[in-house]
Design a protein around this ligand. Structure first.
Ligand code: WQD
Length: 343
């Protein structure tokens, strides 16, 4: 029961690879290592006690992708591969439209071509989408029927791919697609051997806080404390990457079982402020996380958290880890790998 993971050596992909193997599937990792590190493959083998198959290449190479699909004959594909830095997407929109939308088109065409002459290659796909498609929600918590909008090319690319998948499923009912809208993935595998390893200065809160705690950065800049939230700082739905990985397993099982396509939020249903995260991380690490209040960051919204009821109803899935556990696992990864995979 092979499952192809595009971008499978990345942060969410690597954690999902472990969860899939533990669920009895055989993951095949496909990655070009543009946003990940080859050493992840060794870590995955160490954690699970057996190596993972790797196909090194780019999802934009459609003929190569067809060869990978013919070789492995996966019963499903999870599409993680893509760029995901909001700020970078504003500066380099073409890179995001090319890699994210072009990469998705290439994958879907390859899957359609191969599935047409090999019924074993099921047109079954789990797509890594994002809560960013909700733009600035009018209210919280957010349900899947909320209006979508985009405030940056990264979010726009996710929204366009969602629309592509909707059109494909309408034209070809044989396709089974699970679209997963991630809220804020954080944390790491409890082994501390794999985790989030952003290149350069982290855009996201948790890896930045972890680098302050480990002494790599002097202080955290809190982007605004004048939002209409309990303590004035931004509120988000932080979800443990292990819960996210379990959500992918549940999504695949649903598609391979009942077979209807769906779109669900993957969040905890709880919001935490920036200062909540700072306090929880100090507690988990035993280290101070000094911070300064800085101006608001362009594009940030005050509050964003999920109503995860649909994922529970359709997939029997819910997030289980607490913010304290997210911080403890993130700290174990960061303190054991101060320079990420480069160390
Ligand atoms: C969280 C909160 C910031 C950094 C983004 C993408 C989303 C998804 C997750 C890919 C906000 C505050 C942050 C810092 C801070 N990525 N903050 N100082 O913006 O909710 O979501 O990452 O799928 O698509 O939009 O996450 O972690 O950047 O910010 O004060 O140095 O932390 O203002 O309130 P965000 P984030």
């Amino acid at each position: 029961m092979k499952i192809l993971l595009t971008g499978g050596a990345g942060y969410i992909g690597s954690h999902t690879a472990i969860a899939l193997r533990e669920a009895g599937f055989e993951p095949v990792v496909l990655d070009n290592f543009a946003n990940s590190h080859p050493v992840v493959m060794e870590r995955l083998a160490h954690i699970t006690g057996q190596p993972f198959q790797l196909e090194q290449g780019d999802v934009l190479d459609t003929p190569w992708l067809e060869g990978v699909l013919r070789r492995h004959r996966p019963i499903g594909v999870v599409h993680f591969a893509g760029d995901k830095a909001v700020g970078e997407s504003v500066a380099l929109p073409l890179k995001y439209f090319h890699n994210n939308i072009g990469g998705a088109v290439s994958l879907l065409r390859a899957m359609e071509t191969v599935a047409a002459d090999d019924p074993a290659v099921a047109p079954t796909l789990v797509f890594s989408s994002s809560a960013t498609v909700y733009g600035d929600p009018a209210t919280v918590p957010i349900t899947e029927d909320f209006p979508r909008s985009h405030t940056n090319p990264y979010g726009h690319s996710k929204l366009v791919i969602e629309d592509m998948l909707t059109a494909l499923c309408a034209a070809r009912p044989v396709w089974r697609v699970g679209t997963l809208r991630y809220f804020n993935p954080v944390g790491a595998h409890p082994s501390g051997l794999i985790g989030e390893d952003p290149a350069g200065i982290p855009n996201n809160l948790m890896p930045y806080v972890a680098q302050v705690a480990v002494g790599q950065r002097e202080h955290l800049n809190v982007y605004g404390n004048d939002y209409a939230t309990p303590d004035g700082t931004g509120v988000r739905d932080y979800i443990h990457v292990q819960d996210l990985a379990a959500g992918h397993v549940a999504a695949l099982k649903a598609l391979l079982g009942r077979g209807e396509s769906f779109t669900v939020n993957l969040g905890t249903g709880r919001g935490h402020s920036v200062l909540d995260v700072v306090r929880a991380f100090e507690q988990a690490s035993g280290r101070p996380v000094p911070y300064r209040i800085a101006p608001r960051r362009a594009g940030d919204v005050a509050q964003c958290w999920a109503d995860p009821a649909l994922a529970m109803r359709l997939l029997g899935w819910q997030a289980r880890h607490t913010l304290d556990e997210m911080c403890a696992d993130a700290w174990r990864w960061q303190s054991g790998n101060p320079n990420g995979y480069r160390s």
